[in-house]
Design a binder for this molecule. Structure first.
Ligand SMILES: [Zn+2]
Length: 280
C-alpha cells in the first residue's frame, strides 16, 4: 500500500554513488602526445560471427575499426600474465556510467581493481545520448549467449552468439578444452553497440549502431593484455542477435607501438591498495 509520504520519499534528490572527483585520472595529455607518432606492429581481422584473440603489450595502443559495414563487437580483456584478472563491466559502469568513451577506463575485477585499458580516441564521441536514452559503447549488456537464447526460444540451439565465439576463440588461442576456456569469458564492452533502458519499463534496448566503415575506438593498454573480440551475429544490432538473419561484417583490430622513450616515466598501474584482510 502506498504510504502517505510516498511523494516526499520519491522527491529526495539522488546522489552520485561514486563521485569522479576522487577517481585517479589518466594522463590524457601524455597519451594524446604519444599517439601522434605510433608504429603499427600487428593486426587481426575478426570474421563475421566469429572471434579472435590478440595480444597488446603494456604501453601499446590497440584500435578496433569498422570495416565493410556497420557492425557491433563484444570485447573481453584479460591480464595476459594472469587470466584470473579480467575486465569488470559492472564496476566500470558504476564508476563511469552506462556507456564509455575517451578518457574512460576499463577496470579489472576484484581483487585487482585497476585500469586495464584507457580509451584514447572515439570517432563516435559526437553521438552523445539520443532522444530514446540510447548511446554507444555500453557496459550494461552482458554478451549475447546461447543459454538466454535457449531460454527465450523454447530450447533452440544457436552456436555463434558472442559468448560461444569468445569461448571458441579463447580455447583455440590457449589450447584449452572449450568448457575450461568458457570459465574465463566474462561480461563485455559492447563496442559500437547503441543501447539504453526504456524510460517507461526500464528494459534494455538496442537500436541500429551509428558506426560506419572508418570509425574506430582506440585504447591504451595499461597492462599486458590478451584481448578477445567477437563480431556479434546481430551485425549492427538493429533487430536481433542470436541468429544468422542479420547482415554481419568483420572488425579490424590493429596494434600500435609508441616511439622509444615516448613513455619514459610511465609505469603500469598497481593493483588495489586495499589490504584484503576483510576485518574481524
Ligand atoms: Zn553478440
Amino acid at each position: 500500500m502506498k504510504p502517505d509520504d510516498a511523494d516526499a520519499r520519491r522527491a529526495i534528490q539522488p546522489v552520485i554513488c561514486y563521485p569522479v572527483e576522487t577517481l585517479p585520472t589518466p594522463d590524457m595529455s601524455l597519451y594524446s602526445d604519444v599517439r601522434r607518432d605510433l608504429t603499427k606492429t600487428d593486426e587481426c581481422l575478426v570474421p563475421a560471427r566469429g572471434a579472435r584473440c590478440f595480444s597488446v603489450p603494456a604501453g601499446h595502443f590497440f584500435r578496433i575499426s569498422s570495416v565493410e559495414g556497420s557492425q557491433v563487437g563484444d570485447l573481453n580483456l584479460h591480464n595476459a600474465n594472469d587470466l584470473s584478472e579480467k575486465f569488470f563491466s559492472g564496476k566500470t559502469r558504476a564508476l563511469h556510467g552506462t556507456h564509455i568513451t575517451t578518457g574512460h577506463r576499463m577496470w579489472s575485477c576484484f581483487p585487482f581493481l585497476r585500469p586495464m585499458a584507457t580509451i584514447t580516441h572515439d570517432t563516435l564521441d559526437w553521438y552523445g545520448i539520443d532522444a530514446f536514452g540510447g548511446s554507444v559503447h555500453d557496459v550494461i549488456g552482458t554478451r549475447c549467449d546461447p543459454y538466454t537464447h535457449a531460454l527465450l526460444s523454447g530450447g533452440a540451439q544457436y552456436h555463434h552468439c558472442c559468448h560461444s565465439n569468445l569461448t571458441r576463440s579463447l580455447a583455440h588461442h590457449l589450447d584449452l578444452p572449450r568448457d575450461a576456456a568458457e570459465t574465463y569469458v566474462h561480461d563485455v564492452l559492447n563496442v559500437f553497440m547503441c543501447t539504453g533502458f526504456t524510460r517507461d519499463t526500464g528494459q534494455y534496448f538496442m537500436k541500429a549502431s551509428p558506426v560506419r566503415p572508418g570509425d574506430y575506438l582506440e585504447f591504451f593498454a595499461e597492462i599486458d593484455l590478451l584481448g578477445n573480440l567477437s563480431a556479434c551475429p546481430g551485425g549492427d544490432c538493429s533487430s536481433e542477435h542470436s541468429s544468422d538473419a542479420a547482415a554481419c561484417h568483420p572488425l579490424l583490430v590493429e596494434i600500435f607501438s609508441p616511439k622509444p622513450d615516448a613513455l619514459s616515466g610511465w609505469t603500469p598501474p598497481a593493483p588495489t591498495s586495499y589490504d584484503r584482510t576483510h576485518g574481524d
